[in-house]
Design a protein around this ligand. Sequence first.
Ligand code: CO
Length: 134
Amino acid sequence: MIGRLNHVAIAVRDIAAAAKVYRETLGAKVSAAVPQDEHGVTTVFITLPNTKIELLEPLGAASPIAKFLDRNPDGGIHHVCYEVDDIIAARDRLKAEGARVLGDGEPKTGAHGKPVLFLHPKDFLGTLIELEQA
Ligand code: CO
């Protein structure tokens, strides 16, 4: 069911410093920082030949990554994003398998303007999974 790895997301406290590490130390192609008010994060995308890295910095008091950074003060891998052809069919199949879909279970518009869902890390080996409609 899952297809390509769309991105790996890394939560960071300082997105400018993190972007510099990828741009200058690792020599990657790094986007400008984009505040995503509706998601409570600022994002930077790093384009690699086969996938992307998404840097996430908390935005606002109720950021969904604030707690993660409290537990991981140096930053760390926050989620992986897999593409699916049909996000509603994927959701229904996962629910039928007993997996927990976060929030109200309805897809939201993600950072790329496509429908996304998040799956409970306790059902997936301790890893938060984002599904994105391909
Ligand atoms: Co993501």
